[in-house]
Design a protein around this ligand. Structure first.
Ligand code: IPM
Ligand code: MG
Length: 365
């Protein structure tokens, strides 16, 4: 029997609640496929700082090193609470970026998937949504401003200053370009390259390398769009996009806009793929304001499980089934609190009930 080792980092805020629902689905998938998931929890994020004195403790590093894949919940505290942790150790700088760097997870896949049955959650008008929206943002995840040279100080004029560099070399661009072209080949063979080459030199090199890599993928049409224009088109005509590729910071911003198109960041799972290791996480934060209330939407966490099944374990059909199970729960008129206003004509459900309903649907497929 195949046994897959998965490190579970449930993180902060709503993390443990939505992770519990992901585990329900993993257990069901294991059972019906006669495989085993060896699930090992690890401390990570602000909660790990308070329990272990570090947001990414050594024990968790060892656990992740051993794992076939990592499933990670959201991390972070409210702005006020964050101040209890030294700046460089705070969960984003002290745990998440080191996790990305440790496993070189350069390729971040963020699907923006709005089939007709959940179109009513979107703030976009039906005529803009058309038959539904289905595109994927491929975000470079270990370069650019996030990982470039940083400096802060006081200059010769006595003024405080800061420098933060957007750094890429051609190999870093070429490898994400290849991932994007290969993804486009498997889909509609159209790749939108998002850049800002009218201002940024980094985008000039980015586009040059995109052009070089494109020679190996003659069947893929590349369309170049400036990042600011892309933000507008995402609202006005998102249906034109299928695969979009961009550098780290652009991807951070436009993928949140993707959540806006869907109606909630709660609908945004993601996969972060490196050469030897991958981890999977919701694209959203830890929502400390609603933590512990049992109302968080676990869709992005369960969707991350679906992405893990497909991308780490080659279980494509089962991944599709998980997506379909989640859609059919919504198709029956259910909603979570993030997706509908009070008084809306929906059957409002909480975190555990959503997980149970998805599991029941999945069992039927
Ligand atoms: C994301 C998040 C992170 C990022 C934060 C938590 C550091 O916003 O995954 O999009 O900026 O990459
Ligand atoms: Mg973000």
């Amino acid at each position: 029997m195949a046994v897959y080792k998965i490190a579970l980092l449930d993180g902060d805020g709503i993390g443990p609640e939505i992770m519990a629902e992901a585990v329900k689905i993993l257990n069901l998938v294991a059972e019906r496929n006669a495989i085993a998931f060896d699930l090992s929890p690890g401390a990570f994020g602000a909660s790990a700082y308070f329990s272990h004195g570090h947001t990414f403790p050594d024990e968790t590093k060892a656990l992740c090193d051993e794992a076939d894949a990592i499933l990670k919940g959201p991390i972070g505290l409210s702005h006020e609470e964050s101040k209890k942790i030294p700046v460089d150790m705070q969960p984003e700088r002290g745990a998440l970026l080191p996790l990305r760097r440790r496993y070189d997870t350069f390729a971040n896949f963020r699907p923006v998937y709005l089939p007709k049955v959940i179109a009513h959650f979107s703030p976009l008008k039906p005529e803009i949504i058309g038959d539904g929206i289905d595109f994927i943002i491929i975000r470079e995840l270990v370069g650019g401003l996030y990982f470039g040279h940083k400096e802060m100080g006081v200059n010769a004029q006595g003024k405080r200053y800061v420098i933060e560099s957007l750094e890429y070399d051609e190999d870093q661009i070429a490898r994400i370009a290849k991932v994007a072209f290969e993804t486009a080949q498997k889909r509609k063979k159209v790749l939108h390259n998002i850049h800002k080459s009218n201002v940024l030199k980094s985008s000039v090199l980015w586009n040059e390398v995109m052009g070089e890599v494109s020679v190996d993928y003659p069947d893929v049409e590349v369309r170049h769009i400036l990042v600011d224009a892309a933000a507008t088109y995402l609202c006005l005509n998102p249906g034109q996009f299928d695969v979009m590729v961009m550098e780290n910071m652009f991807g951070d911003i436009l993928s949140d806009q993707g959540g806006g198109i869907l109606g909630s960041l709660g609908l945004m799972p993601s996969a972060c793929i490196g050469p030897d290791k991958a981890y999977y996480e919701p694209s959203h934060g830890s929502a400390p304001d609603i933590a512990g209330q049992g109302i968080a939407n676990p869709y992005s966490m369960i969707g991350s499980v679906a992405m893990m099944l497909e991308m780490s374990f080659g279980m494509e059909l089962e991944a599709k089934n998980v997506w379909r199970a989640m859609q059919s729960v919504f198709a029956q008129g259910y909603s979570t609190a993030d997706l509908s206003k009070p008084g809306a004509d929906v059957k409002m459900i909480g975190t555990a009930r959503f997980g149970d309903l998805v599991a029941a649907e999945l069992a039927r497929l």
